[in-house]
Design a protein around this ligand. Sequence first.
Ligand code: PMP
Length: 330
Amino acid sequence: MRYAQSVVDLIGHTPLVKLGPLAADVAPLVLAKVEYVNPGGSVKDRIATRMITAAEESGALRPGGTIVEPTSGNTGVGLALVAQQRGYRCVFVCPDKVSEDKRNVLRAYGAEVVVCPTAVAPEDPQSYYSVSDRLVREIPGAWKPDQYSNPNNPRSHYETTGPEIWADTEGRITHFVTGVGTGGTISGTGRYLKEVSNGRVQVIGADPEGSVYSGGTGRPYLVEGVGEDFWPSAYDQSVADEIIAVSDAESFATTRRLAREEGLLVGGSCGMAVAAALQLAGRLTADDVVVVLLPDGGRGYLSKIFSDDWMSSYGFLSSDGEATVGDIVR
Ligand code: PMP
């Protein structure tokens, strides 16, 4: 019989799929690494299991302990499912702008969710940063993974994501493209691919216009999970050869095309990364092999990116209902 011991053993070993219509006009083979097939539905399952295992080994997390993290999204799901399997309590702190649906996903896994006001400064005692710090101090046996500074975030990608891509492309990958949020994916995967190829593989970050990684000031953008207004320590600035900035309009137009033309219902940061990968591929040759990582699925974005009303309210749809990128209608 072939079966996994627990759902945690199903994390990783995600497939590569060739992009068809979207990559029709570029010379290289463009392969997408589909992370939504992880049991928690995103790439963040990888960091959750690695961060928890390392905390168990160091003694920072003891039997019956509590995991406290300010997160509302994919990292929370990953932590909640690993924690549940290993008998830890989870308390997530999130701002009130986070949708009720997202909070309910975390609760469905058995996590507790503390909601804080969005409209307060980070140093305000009610802010979600302050509340999570207070909970860590007050709850006995509490441990905060802190994905932004935890070295096991990039390490999980160095140990799993990178080797999987190298093995599945039989060492023929020439370019790796991924969005940058905490920086864990690009730093860990990118470092592995550079080491194993003696520096041959080029590593390209995709970033929302406005974020610091592509030289912005941290001004707002709508794509979720990527870009920052500060430089996290999980991000190794020496790894990326290039950062490509992508607008919200182009990220969302590409996300919708991935669903309609490739059968890949994925999140907005996936559209952003693919838009960057296609821009890059336009400069490359048929000898190149581009791998682009798709961090999560699209079900969490049905009322945003996949809603015509929401898209129109931001001017991302033309009158005939096609997603627009500047003057170009796709
Ligand atoms: N896309 C989504 C949807 C994410 O949640 C994240 C993680 N914040 C990323 C991309 C970026 O990954 P990383 O944090 O490893 O840079």
